[in-house]
Design a protein around this ligand. Structure first.
Ligand SMILES: [Zn+2]
Length: 118
């Protein structure tokens, strides 16, 4: 007579827990919030080429750009690059920014109005 030992012990069979959908719903809500805040930010002055921030000199662009908080986490933005862009026949400057806290990329738009034009 042989005694069989070590019959497969199954421990910790699937614990009854909450389905993951709850977490997924929360994540989706968080993503939606991010989208909303980004949308809101694009409506602010400087958030899109249609609503550029008026400045009198390109020299103030880095100052204004860095003084603008991240729309998502209120962290400070790092100015990566500044480019000249044309939009609807206007010459604009775009500041390419990255949030140092959450890493989101943002662009701020400026229109340089020369005081000599008046
Ligand atoms: Zn951020």
């Amino acid at each position: 007579m042989s005694k069989k030992e070590g019959m497969s012990k199954k421990e910790g069979m699937s614990k009854k827990g909450r389905p993951r959908t709850e977490r997924r719903v929360r994540e989706r809500a968080a993503r939606q919030l991010v989208r909303d805040r980004q949308k809101l930010a694009s409506l602010e002055r400087g958030g899109s080429p249609d609503h550029p921030i008026d400045v009198t000199s390109t020299a103030v662009i880095p100052v204004r750009a860095r003084g603008t908080p991240c729309p998502l986490c209120d962290g400070s933005l790092r100015l990566d690059e500044e480019t000249a862009e044309m939009h609807a026949g206007k010459r604009l400057r775009a500041a390419h920014l990255t949030c140092v806290s959450c890493g989101v990329a943002r662009r701020l738009w400026f229109e340089v109005s020369s005081p000599l034009a008046n």
